[in-house]
Design a protein around this ligand. Sequence first.
Ligand code: 5GP
Length: 114
Amino acid sequence: MSEKTLFQQIIDREVDADIVHEDDRCVAFHDIDPQAPTHILIVPRTPIPSLDDLAPEDKDLVGHLFVVARELAQEEGLDGGYRTVINCGDDGGQSVYHLHLHLLGGRPFSWPPG
Ligand code: 5GP
């Protein structure tokens, strides 16, 4: 059995996904169970398990994920706004333990989240 995370398998093209962006630091693909008309996951190539595992040297990488989110939001035409989410840990609703930034858009979102 593979010890790679699901998202690492997507990055390595062992599991299919609809990839919309990739560069030397991250890969972005459509969520398999979209919660909005646009729902893209932006995933670092480095398999950091969660936000709780970030080290100070990861700050440029995390900033890069957000810059990619902004670029993808523009490509998706999310002119009215959008939401970015990083779920962390069980209480945060994280289900895949490979750090990822959700980019959601194409409909209004309420607050507080569920
Ligand atoms: P989390 O709950 O960890 O914040 O987000 C994990 C996300 O991964 C969920 O929104 C879920 O729908 C998505 N997901 C789970 N399995 C797959 C898959 O095999 N392919 C893709 N593209 N997304 C997946």
